[in-house]
Design a protein around this ligand. Sequence first.
Ligand SMILES: C[S@@+](CC[C@H](N)C(=O)[O-])C[C@H]1O[C@@H](n2cnc3c(N)ncnc32)[C@H](O)[C@@H]1O
Length: 250
Amino acid sequence: MRSPVPARIVSPSLVAGFAGETSAWGRPGTPLMIEIGCGNGHFLEEYAALYPGTDCLGIDLRIKRVEKSCRKADRKGLSNLRFMLGDAFAILAGMPPGVLADRIAVNFPDPWPKYRHRDNRLNRSEAIAAMLARISPGGDFVWVCDYYPQIVDVLARMQPWLYKGEFENVHGWEGYGEGLEGYPRTLYEKRWRAMGRRIYYLRFVRRQDSLSGEQSPARASAIQHMVGGGSGCGKGASVSAAGQDAPDLL
Ligand SMILES: C[S@@+](CC[C@H](N)C(=O)[O-])C[C@H]1O[C@@H](n2cnc3c(N)ncnc32)[C@H](O)[C@@H]1O
């Protein structure tokens, strides 16, 4: 019989049952942060150490990466850090209805620039919809990458949620930032920045009144600590995606 708090890693065949258990998603009443496509878990390891009061969950398709991530979490004794193996969207679909994340992050997803690979992209409208549907009121959706065309694409796909008033872009309708306070830099970010490349940050906050979820004051304050109060962008970073300094990565 599986324990009520399952092991950090599950085989693909167990994912559906595992993800359907509320306890698999973290401790009740504790803010939850999910990284979609967490790779080797470097970012989440740092994030979980920085926010011990937040349950952090990484999801990745590749078993070697998930195994490596789990070993790291064990070595560091990070009990608030877990990983699931499988397609993030199959896993999110199996998430129990009452469970919402306070932050869903996508860091440096593979760009899959070729048209024939478009179904692999995380920036598909249905993939974005699946992630947004799992974010709590007051929680946020963060997307970080160095690939400008992808940023423009995500901004365009987010417009219906902005028009409906369900989410707000903290950088303005078509804006992005160049950093986020309290958000560790991934290895990719460190590497690209060292090479002089520009990194783009998108952050969309779900409006408090857009879902009928209720929060305890303690949970609300923990979320506030995690997602921050202001725009969270780096110094002077919010510029229009259509701005003239933008397309230098194309
Ligand atoms: C370029 S890596 C980025 C890793 C990490 N986010 C970082 O910034 O270091 C992209 C990762 O997304 C994973 N991935 C791609 N599509 C996925 C999906 N549908 N579900 C889960 N993981 C996925 C890949 O296996 C890969 O490890």
